[in-house]
Design a protein around this ligand. Structure first.
Ligand SMILES: Cc1cc2nc3c(=O)[nH]c(=O)nc-3n(C[C@H](O)[C@H](O)[C@H](O)COP(=O)(O)OP(=O)(O)OC[C@H]3O[C@@H](n4cnc5c(N)ncnc54)[C@H](O)[C@@H]3O)c2cc1C
Length: 483
């Protein structure tokens, strides 16, 4: 029986393990921490668990297919939640825009808050956004890592259709061309931050994220986002896979230049293939130094995050975004000056509303977040923390007397996930060539594969799962070769 070890029980590692088990490969997952899920993690306060990572699930079809291949039904194991509204966007001029799961409801809400011109602009924009997704989704997201050779080999018809992915414009440039309403411009530009990128430089291809969320939908997960990781781990165990917690891998073992296993707690575990779910930078610098080139990608953004134990209230939306007075200045702070934003956009997720998470008797966990650059430097985040809390209080999302029960700075995140600098989504999409620069799921070291937000196709829960799916496919192809 062929065997594989997976280093890391984040979403990418769990997905790779599931697909390998589905194909009859024996799998051992080694996870440094004491729980599965990686950045899709939880913490606990006074007996109540809350999510500390992702808070919205897009592209649930990725998990339908993955569970299905393992003989399990995703929707029986994980219940998706559709709160209404899903998102509330609050602007400095007191305008509020609600976004719903149903696109027609969202368009009606935009018409009512911003007028029918804005609604028509959004309709036109989403038509472009869907077109990009229809072309880019199969080629750059669901498929294997793109290479220039592969794209050239597709032939003239595909090249012509490929111009539809709008890679030559920037996200923000394309948004401003179609959408004149400033409120909508900000709402749409914010999707760049879904993979930790700068909308001023990221290719307009990323405008497809607007379609993925507004057209296809963003969901909650009953019991919290971490329940997704638990469900994946359960399938792995049911299929005979072994998940070893508190098991940090110190080294990838090689024999005759091929990866043949890993060393954990001074013990060697041999396998036919090694899949690394840890950040690619950790692999290159620590686990197998000197064998792989440093990828020419840039880190995605990090963020300051906190959870407030906040009294239940009916007027709080599942997700709220509070924009600052000058959204452009936030990007200039983060990507030009590379410092925490002086006046950040504040994001809040009311976890009982969004995810039916049981809270404390009279209170629910409200997760707060502001973006900040990923960094290895020791940065003072006290001003950013103060901004996040005071702006959340001013927006009526939490009250001044409600306690912060958990918080994490980019420095803390960096300490938990080696060599990431606290990057939340792995690698960013800085320009139109970014997709080609992401590490391929099959590395140049035989027997060694990568699956995470720092590899193809990128960060965010569904894409990390697809990274695992692609890594598993490459492992299976490799195992099928005669040796
Ligand atoms: C605050 C926050 C908000 C987010 N919001 C969203 C959102 O709303 N929607 C969304 O889709 N995504 C969101 N994301 C991003 C999403 O959570 C991540 O992209 C995804 O979970 C990362 O998965 P991954 O496969 O890259 O693995 P990771 O989560 O990075 O896990 C890697 C695992 O490898 C382990 N590891 C590392 N080194 C070793 C070693 N040497 N030995 C053994 N184990 C090791 C780590 O402990 C970790 O468990 C958010 C993330 C954060 C932190």
């Amino acid at each position: 029986m062929a065997s594989a070890v997976v280093v890391g029980a984040g979403i990418g590692g769990l997905a790779a393990a599931m697909d390998l088990l589905a194909q009859g490969v024996s799998v051992d997952v080694f996870e440094a921490h004491s729980r599965v899920g990686g950045k899709a993690g939880i913490s606990l306060s006074d007996g109540v668990a809350f999510d500390t990572g992702p808070s919205i699930l897009t592209m649930p079809d990725v998990f339908d297919a993955l569970f299905d291949r393992c003989g399990a039904t995703f929707r029986e194991r994980v219940t998706l939640v559709a709160p209404s509204p899903v998102f509330r966007y609050l602007y400095p001029d007191d305008v509020a825009v609600d976004v719903h799961l149903d696109l027609d409801d969202t368009l009606a809400s935009v018409a009512s808050s911003l007028g029918s011109d804005a609604r028509d602009q959004l309709t036109a924009f989403l038509k472009q956004s869907k077109r990009i997704w229809d072309i880019a989704g199969p080629q750059f997201v669901y498929g294997p890592a793109p290479t220039v050779g592969h794209v050239l080999g597709l032939g003239p018809a595909a090249w012509i259709s490929m111009t539809g992915i709008d890679a030559h414009r920037t996200m923000l440039g394309a948004i401003r061309k179609t959408v004149k309403d400033k409120h909508l411009q900000w709402l749409l530009a914010r999707y760049a931050t879904y993979n930790g990128s700068d909308p001023r430089t990221a290719p307009a291809t990323l405008n497809c994220i607007a379609w993925v969320e507004l057209g296809l939908g963003g969901f909650g997960v009953s019991g919290g986002m971490h329940a997704l990781a638990l469900a994946m781990a359960q399938v792995i165990r049911e299929r005979g896979g072994r998940i070893h917690l508190d098991s940090p891998v110190a080294q990838v073992l090689t024999d005759n230049r091929r990866a043949v296993g890993v060393r954990v707690h001074e013990t060697d575990h041999h396998a036919d293939a090694v899949v690394i779910n840890a950040d690619v930078a950790h692999l290159i610098a620590d686990l197998l130094p000197g064998r792989l080139p440093t990828p020419k990608t840039e880190r995605s953004t990090s963020g300051f995050t906190a959870v407030v134990r906040s009294r239940a209230r009916s007027d709080r939306a599942a997700h709220t975004v509070v924009f600052p007075h000058d959204y452009d200045a936030e990007f200039a702070d983060m990507f030009d000056a590379r410092r925490p934003p002086a006046a950040p956009t504040v994001y809040a997720c009311a976890q009982s509303t969004a995810h039916e998470r049981p809270g404390w008797d009279d209170a629910e966990p409200v997760f707060l977040m502001a973006n900040a650059p990923a960094t290895d430097d020791d940065v003072d985040y006290s001003a950013l923390r103060e901004q996040v809390l005071s702006r959340a209080i001013a927006a009526g999302l939490v009250s001044a007397d409600e306690p912060v029960v958990w918080e994490r700075t980019p420095t803390d995140l960096a300490a938990q996930y080696p060599r990431t600098g606290g990057a939340i989504y792995g690698a960013a999409s800085t320009d139109r060539f970014a997709a080609f620069r992401r590490p391929n799921n099959r590395t140049s070291v035989p027997g060694l594969f990568v699956a995470s937000g720092s590899a193809h196709p990128g960060g965010g829960v569904p894409l990390c799962a697809l990274s695992g799916v692609q890594a598993a496919k490459q492992v299976l192809r490799d195992l099928a070769k005669p040796r």
